[in-house]
Write a protein that binds this ligand. Structure first.
Ligand code: XIL
Length: 578
């Protein structure tokens, strides 16, 4: 419990404006060390597992529950007799607990939650449960059961796991800071009016997104669909996901995402066709993507590349608006342009040309991007080497349309002038730009500080303003929907985090309001220019001209494009069309 009080007070410092109710279901403080908590096998079978109250491995004053489990489908019972079903499973309620796994606990586990005999949550698959040897806060958005019960049962579906849990609680009536049913409180509404794409990456392990993708009541699905008009798969369209065995393509999750986007009038970014990382084992490139363990010749590897790109891009023809064709090909070493990789080393530097040509042949309408990190600010060595490479590609008529700047940045590092200069030099080459993987991380020491969130908000605002000021920049995408699912903590060895617009419980941070505000001002003052097809069916409900005459209702982007230049009021916003 001690730990939770610290957590609540930390939340108060940060989120004084929110009144989120925390109802503790079980913190194990009233038990004696050594007491057992009952467990059950969901099929009623005999099992080999134990749940025993013990001392927190990290805090000698705190009691927690230690679970050892050697039988599948065996969960811990948490009594919830005093709490009503409505309270437990309200629309804006998350079930939260703290999880600690020793280093010996294997990574890929599936969490299940039952209410009596009814399953109310299951991870879509066996997913990474996060770091070991540290307490993590896990939160879940269960569905509402039909039955009444007095027991929640929680645990991993595994016959080989050991873990600790504490502070099983619900956060009820969460004030997310925006009403997802009100378009005027959404990033996508104003981005669409600005003619921009505002996007988000969603991955398999992110709040069960792919499992719950058809359930519009889920907090994650309704947040993604209400706030964004573009999505990108965090991992599900990478080479290893789409072609796990040679010649065997698996489009299951990619197709789910495309269907979700189509249902909600959103565009899809495809990420990514050719990369040295997240390659399937059968390619034999090793963990760094630099080996050629199958001794492929240039011709053989080109054939592999052609087959992959052609199959994938053809499958998504007309459905994926733009592709990251080549990802992270530029070296981090200032003395060379391209990084070593199986692609570069076996095929040669023209692997990039081939990749773009194969993609263009498969879908001539798709926008084709190159994408990289640390390339955002003109004058930075890597940014300048990226530019040189792209200029050469353009000069030899490689079918490249755009330049992706990943933008995994630190708060405090955003230089608007250099970002602006960078976008402008690509415009001179006739290229689009996109901020493809934005996150602005804080060092752990600054977690919870309002001043840090304000600095972060200021950086987000700068980036949106530069994007709005450059007509060749069509899209800004966040690399994750909320802080809980960000890749940054794991990637930085838990030294940085909290980089996104929403906190771990989907609550809007100052960064969210800064982006909303920047887009709102943009919608009021910017011309609509490159609104190719945001396809937000009800974005232009009421369109008035400067005389206050209604010139159209329920107009689509095409109609808007054909209006005479001038000043309009569209859905209560001032817009100049020119
Ligand atoms: C990251 C994902 O977010 C993680 O889930 C995964 O474990 C590793 O890859 N640059 C990219 C993205 O182009 O594909 C990476 O995504 C982040 C860095």
């Amino acid at each position: 419990m001690k730990k939770l009080i610290t957590l609540i007070s930390a939340m108060c410092v940060v989120w004084a404006m929110q009144a989120t109710d925390i109802v503790m279901l079980q913190d194990f403080e009233s038990y004696n060390i050594g007491d057992s908590i009952s467990m059950k096998n969901i099929y009623g079978s005999d099992f080999s597992a134990s749940a025993v109250v013990c001392i927190d491995p990290r805090d000698s004053e705190n009691r927690v529950l230690h679970i050892n489990c050697a039988t599948w489908n065996t969960l811990v019972n948490i009594a919830v007799s005093g709490v009503s079903k409505e309270e437990l499973f309200g629309e804006n309620t998350l079930l939260v607990y703290d999880l600690y796994r020793p280093a010996t606990d294997g990574n890929y586990k599936q969490l299940m939650i039952y209410y009596g005999n009814e399953r109310v949550y299951i991870d879509g698959s066996f997913v990474s449960q996060g770091a070991t040897e540290r307490w993590l806060t896990k939160s879940y958005n269960p569905y509402t059961p039909a039955i009444e019960s007095e027991t929640l049962s929680i645990g991993f579906n595994s016959n080989n796991c050991e873990y600790y849990i504490d502070n099983v609680r619900i956060l009820k009536d969460i004030d997310f800071g925006f009403d997802y049913t009100d378009k005027q409180q959404s990033l996508r509404h104003y981005a669409t009016l600005c003619g921009k794409n505002i996007g988000v990456a969603v991955a398999m392990s992110d709040a069960n997104f792919y499992a719950d993708i058809e359930d519009s009541t889920k907090i994650v699905t309704r947040t993604v669909s209400s706030q964004f008009n573009m999505v990108v798969a965090g991992n599900e369209m990478k080479f290893d996901a789409l072609q796990p065995s040679v010649g065997q393509f698996d489009f299951t999750n990619g197709d789910k995402l495309v269907a979700f986007a189509s249902k909600h009038g959103m565009k899809v970014r495809g990420h990514t066709l050719i990369w040295h990382s997240q390659l399937p084992g059968w390619i034999g490139a090793g963990s760094e993507g630099t080996q050629n363990n199958n001794n492929y010749t240039r011709e053989q590897l080109l054939a592999i590349m052609e087959r992959h790109i052609t199959t994938v891009v053809s499958h998504y023809k007309g459905k994926v608006h733009e592709w990251d064709v080549v990802n992270e090909c530029v070296s981090d070493n200032n003395n060379e342009i391209l990084r070593p990789s199986i692609w570069k080393d076996v095929i040669g530097e023209d692997f990039i040309d081939s990749a773009f040509v194969y993609a263009h042949r498969a879908d001539p309408e798709a926008k084709l991007y190159i994408n990289d990190y640390s390339v955002e600010f003109s004058g930075n060595n890597k940014a300048d080497r990226y530019y040189t490479l792209i200029k050469k590609l353009k000069n030899r008529n490689v079918p490249i349309d755009g330049v992706g700047m990943q933008s995994h940045l630190y708060v405090g590092s955003v230089d608007s002038a250099k970002l602006d200069a960078n976008m402008k030099r690509y415009e001179l080459l006739g290229l689009e730009c996109a901020i493809t993987e934005l996150d602005l991380s804080l060092p752990t020491g600054q977690f919870g500080l309002m001043s840090a969130y304000e600095a972060q908000a200021a950086d987000y605002r700068k980036i949106i303003n530069v994007a709005l000021g450059n007509t060749n920049c069509h899209s800004v995408l966040m690399w994750g929907v909320c802080d809980a699912v960000s890749w940054i903590p794991g990637f930085t060895g838990y030294t940085r985090g909290e980089p996104l617009l929403l906190d771990s419980f989907f609550v809007a941070k100052p960064a969210y309001y800064a982006v909303l505000d920047a887009l709102k001002s943009g919608a009021g003052t910017l011309a609509i220019r490159h609104t190719s097809s945001p396809n937000h069916e009800d974005a232009y409900t009421n369109v008035y001209n400067a005389m206050g005459q209604l010139v159209g209702t329920n107009m689509n982007v095409h109609d808007i494009h054909h209006l005479p230049n001038g000043f309009y009021i569209i859905n209560h916003e001032k817009v100049i069309i020119r």
